[in-house]
Ligand binder design. Structure first.
Ligand code: TYM
Length: 339
């Protein structure tokens, strides 16, 4: 890794398996960014225990951590070139998060919409970790002084918080420019992939209906079946983008097609203008299977050798720690901790 240059950091939670939203909103862009910048990609297992589903069964967390690692590699993350590791193996994340807990203000966290959504009506029963989740996320990024963070649209507010924390730390400890203000990288036609059952809700790991999402582990038949059953309206495809207004489900499927095909939305609309959704869904199912099957096959091959996955994570953690440790040591000195 070279210093004084752009550095990419991003992560995903190992809660259940990854879905098409994670792939098109983030992972696909991560793979592309490897060609342009140094990248660090993390499996954020400490974030995964902030909600109940993550910590109830230790074996599920272990399995999901390996599965997400396999998905990164199968999608094209190169563990030789890029640092790939799991968060809990680098203790600097937790250490910096504590310091940032003392920098961030309650008022800032109170505004976080994801906490409000996830805690629902029973805020008092949520873990404290779920509340400070975005602070740990800021620590993940800033422990490496990362400058670019490729994510889906839902993470924008968390990235703004990370910038506020970096700025306040720099001011409080009279260290202008110590931490860079990390830039969100939110690109492509599918920065917010919606549920296949309800175009007003985002595709999510926690939706109780498995038909709402396409999982990276779904086989070809399941993918095709889910797409054919996806909700749409009765109108044919429009001939212009304007014709998608108020048609969230239709727009979602077109965005998914464009992202999978690496084409612009306008080109996809031009190709299918005036056709019935049944035709379009067949084409989308074929495309999704063609693009996802090789990833799926590679994931299965990788998962057959768990020791190799664990070895990759360990070696990535050592490389990550070599970058984070001196940065966090400098933070300790700035704060005034002895030793
Ligand atoms: P997670 O695991 O919830 O999501 C992982 C990534 O997938 C994106 N994403 C989506 N993109 C488009 N459409 C969707 N329906 C969709 N659902 C999820 C998310 O935006 C994200 O990029 N908090 C982060 C994990 C994290 C992190 C970090 C990210 C922890 N520390 C530091 C960047 C930097 C998250 O949302 O994970």
């Amino acid at each position: 890794m070279t210093s004084n240059r752009n550095l990419v950091f991003s992560g995903m939670q190992p809660t259940n398996t990854l879905h098409l939203g994670n792939y098109l909103g983030a992972l696909k862009n991560w793979v592309k960014m490897q060609a342009q910048m140094d990248c660090i990609y993390c499996v954020v297992d400490m974030h995964a225990i902030t909600d109940d589903a993550g910590y109830r069964r230790p074996e599920d967390l272990t399995r999901a951590t390996r599965e997400v690692t396999a998905a990164y590699i199968a999608a094209g993350v190169d563990p030789q070139r890029t640092i790939l590791f799991n968060q809990s193996q680098v203790p600097e994340h937790a250490e910096l998060a504590w310091i940032f807990n003392c920098v961030a203000r309650l008022g800032w966290l109170d505004r976080m919409t994801q906490f409000k959504e996830k805690s629902g009506k029973h805020k008092e029963r949520s873990s404290v970790g779920l509340y400070t989740y975005p602070v740990l996320m800021a620590a993940d990024i800033l422990a490496y002084k990362a400058t670019h963070v490729p994510v889906g649209e839902d993470q924008k507010q968390h990235l703004e918080l990370a910038r506020d924390i970096a700025q306040k730390f720099n001011n409080d400890y009279e260290s202008p420019e110590f931490f860079p203000l990390p830039e969100p990288v939110i690109t492509g036609p599918a920065t917010r992939v919606m549920s296949l059952r309800d175009g007003t809700k985002k595709m999510s790991k926690s939706d109780e209906s498995d038909f709402s999402r396409i999982n990276m582990t779904d086989d070809a038949d399941t993918i095709a079946q889910k797409i054919r059953k996806a909700r749409t309206d009765s109108e044919p495809l429009p001939s212009e983008k304007k014709g998608l207004e108020g048609r969230q489900e239709a727009e979602n499927l077109i965005n998914i097609y464009a992202a999978l095909a690496d084409e612009g939305v306008d080109a996809v609309i031009a190709q299918f203008a005036g056709q019935q959704f049944s035709n379009f869904k067949n084409a989308l199912a074929d495309l999704a299977v063609t693009k996802l099957r090789p990833i799926n096959d590679k994931m299965r091959r990788l998962l057959a050798d768990q020791a190799e996955i664990d070895r990759i994570l360990k070696s990535g953690s050592e490389r990550a720690r070599a970058i984070a440790a001196p940065i966090v040591a400098e933070v300790r000195r700035k704060v005034g901790f002895v030793g």
